[in-house]
Design a protein around this ligand. Structure first.
Ligand SMILES: [Zn+2]
Length: 266
């Protein structure tokens, strides 16, 4: 098996001078203290994709990068010692957990495209917080050159409109609505879609939004005006606070939903 040393990254640990801080996700959080400078753009994009695909917003203090240490329980250097590994929302996705966030297969494929292997799919000890870069320094530069990095902004998810179908923005909105409360989940799942996320902004999504905002049925009473709710500050705050929570007791791979939004960002 290759190691970062055999792939041209030098001996561990990487000097601190090659580690740079990163600004990840909606809240622009660092993976403290940072990651190897050559993969920094890849980590930023990985975090962007994580939030878009799983709907799990990254929390300040919960993401970790460089650490000059050995693998937990082993003698080999951890990829963290090269600054080539990142842990996303670590307390929510702990080592040994077999749980995965929503749309995990899609996330795995996105990570793969960026050159990262994801611990949520390890055959042995699972590590769902953990992503590590598997390429050479040259691979990192090549992949970075293919990324058109756009800073992730929660407002992006407001740009969907009634009638939109199969868009990432609608899916992101639906995932966040599911995290807000049981009533919303019931509305979305009553449409026959098992996980309540179908990428279509039709009546069900509109009603889920209305329920989350505790408004009358927008389809009957407000028609197209409900689109404006998406751009309203109160909606923005609601969706920003909607966050994924999964009790430890949850069955493997099956997301559990809370009955209340958990406010983590205040
Ligand atoms: Zn890790």
């Amino acid at each position: 098996m290759s190691t970062p040393a055999t792939r041209g990254w030098g001996q561990a640990p990487t000097p601190r001078s090659d580690i740079v801080p990163v600004a990840l996700g909606t809240e622009q959080v660092n993976a403290a203290p940072g990651v190897h400078r050559r993969i920094a753009p890849l980590v930023v994009e990985l975090a962007h994709r994580w939030e878009q695909i799983t709907g799990d917003l990254l929390v300040a203090g919960w993401c970790w990068g460089y650490a000059p240490r050995r693998i937990r329980g082993g003698s080999a250097w951890s990829n963290h010692a090269w600054g080539l590994a990142v842990d996303l929302n670590a307390p929510r996705w702990p080592l040994h957990s077999t749980r995965r966030p929503p749309n995990a297969d899609q996330m795995r494929s996105a990570a793969d495209d960026l050159g990262f292997r994801w611990g949520a799919y390890y055959s042995g000890r699972r590590d769902p917080m953990h992503f590590e870069f598997m390429g050479t320094p040259g691979d990192a530069d090549r992949i970075a050159s293919t990324i058109r990095t756009a800073p992730f902004d929660l407002e992006d998810t407001m740009f969907c409109a009634y009638g939109d179908t199969d868009s990432d923005a609608v899916r992101a909105l639906q995932i966040r609505l599911r995290y807000v409360g049981a009533d919303v989940i019931k509305v979305l799942t009553s449409g026959g879609d098992a996980d309540g996320v179908d990428g279509h902004y039709g009546d069900l999504t509109a009603r889920a939004l209305a329920t989350a905002l505790d408004r009358p049925d927008p389809v009957r009473r407000y028609g197209p005006w409900q689109h404006e709710w998406l751009r309203a500050e109160v909606t923005r705050q609601l969706l920003r606070r909607a966050t994924f929570i999964q009790p430890d007791a949850a069955a493997d791979g099956v997301p559990e939903h809370t009955h209340r939004a958990e406010v983590l960002l205040e």
